[in-house]
Design a protein around this ligand. Structure first.
Ligand code: GTP
Ligand code: MG
Length: 371
């Protein structure tokens, strides 16, 4: 996170050096204040979308050898109880979280061992299980086996990451007519262990892409109840935002706004590229190009270069090409070098309803259909 702040600060400070533009200076000062605030009050904006953890389930408790002892019963039978099962480690997807932060509280998670059995045929207590909560859209890979274990796509979906070992049997189980005093009991089994990689890839229907400052966050705020930071400088969005957009009475779709894609993002410039994975699982991209761009086609092709270079999934997604900030458009000064699907203004509201209709159409939503 501080890395992101630093990139933004670097970008802004270089702009301050280059220009005396008051906007940049104000932006740089506000960013410095933001960093100071983060140091003082903690960082509430930590967006963690990747982490590695080790999990170890509890060992099963041992079964024990014991014989019933009571006054006037000299030869009580075997009464050694079974060991309790070890605790498991479970992962659960929840809509209440939007980052993996909670799962990163520890590097290693150990569930409790099962307790040994007791005399009087009492079983040992089970070890306590641990449930890790992660956001919906978390993929879990086994690092050693190099395979995907599960993709948690539903609210409440659970998966056992490491199963607790079974408790061993006590000697009460081994009495036979030939051997009434068995001295055999079984030890508990070890719990499973795994080295895992958790990766969050947000689940949204539509992804917004555009260069920094293209008006992505403003559009999301205009269409949904999301309140992303909107500001008149590039890289104002540092983490992805999701917004739910209603369509008709019963339908809705989720739109993701990610940090702007700077030119050369593919070579590590700017912030946008690391967030592209969060729109990889969408069904449609809305590409925003500012009406004030000097060369629309060039701006579009540069964006497409970044997307195509990122992954096949992104390259193949259907796209709507939308001209943004139409209220600022100066028709004489910009030669129309490409075909837009629509032009919109999040400020005047021009084209917003049409955009929602167009997106819904591409997603195959039917306005009056109940979900
Ligand atoms: N006039 C006008 N201004 C707009 C419109 N949409 C956005 N803006 C302004 O453009 C600036 C940038 O808008 P953002 O929504 O933060 O842009 P962004 O694409 O999210 O930018 P990054 O997050 O930095 O990539 C802000 O000052 C907005 O108020 C619009 O339709 N008309
Ligand atoms: Mg933004």
């Amino acid at each position: 996170m501080y890395g992101l702040q630093a990139v933004r600060l670097f970008w802004l400070s270089s702009s301050v050096v280059k220009t005396s533009n008051i906007v940049f200076q104000t932006a740089a000062i506000s960013l410095i204040l933001e960093i100071v605030a983060v140091f003082l009050f903690g960082n509430e904006m930590r967006f963690i979308d990747e982490t590695e953890i080790k999990v170890k389930a509890g060992r099963g408790g041992n079964g024990i050898v014991s014989f019933h002892r009571a006054a006037f019963i000299p030869k009580g039978g075997p009464d050694g109880g079974d060991g309790g099962n070890g605790g498991s480690i479970i992962i659960k997807a929840t809509s209440q979280l939007s980052t993996l932060e909670e799962a990163t509280l520890r590097r290693i998670y150990n569930a409790e061992n099962g307790h040994p059995g007791q005399g009087n045929k009492k079983s040992g207590r089970k070890g306590k299980s641990i449930t890790l909560r992660v956001p919906i859209g978390t993929l879990i890979r086994d690092v050693n086996e190099d395979c995907l274990l599960v993709d948690l796509t539903e609210d409440g979906q659970e998966f056992v990451l490491a199963k607790g070992g079974r408790g061993g049997k006590g000697n009460q189980n081994f009495a036979t007519s030939r051997n009434r005093t068995p001295r055999k009991a079984v030890d508990g089994k070890p719990g499973e262990e795994r080295h895992l990689k958790l990766e969050l890839k947000l689940l949204a229907d539509v992804g917004l892409v555009g260069r920094p400052n293209a008006g992505k966050s403003t559009l999301l705020a205009a269409l949904s109840r999301a309140k992303p930071l909107v500001a008149d400088f590039p890289f104002s969005t540092l983490i992805p935002n999701l917004g739910v957009i209603p369509y008709g009475i019963y339908q809705r779709f989720v739109m993701a706004d990610i940090p702007g894609l700077a030119e050369g993002a593919r070579d590590g410039k700017g912030l946008g590229r690391q967030f592209l994975k969060h729109i990889e699982r969408t069904r449609l991209l809305v590409v925003l190009i500012e009406s004030q761009e000097e060369d629309y086609r060039r701006a579009y092709e540069r964006l497409m270069d970044e997307l195509d270079g990122f992954s096949e999934e992104l390259a193949e997604l259907p796209r709507l090409i939308v001209k943004s900030k139409s209220d600022l458009e100066n028709i004489e000064s910009t030669a129309e070098t490409m075909q837009f699907d629509l032009k919109i203004s999040s400020v005047s509201g021009e084209g917003l309803n049409d955009l929602v209709d167009l997106i819904a159409d591409k997603l195959g939503l039917i306005k009056e259909a109940r979900v």
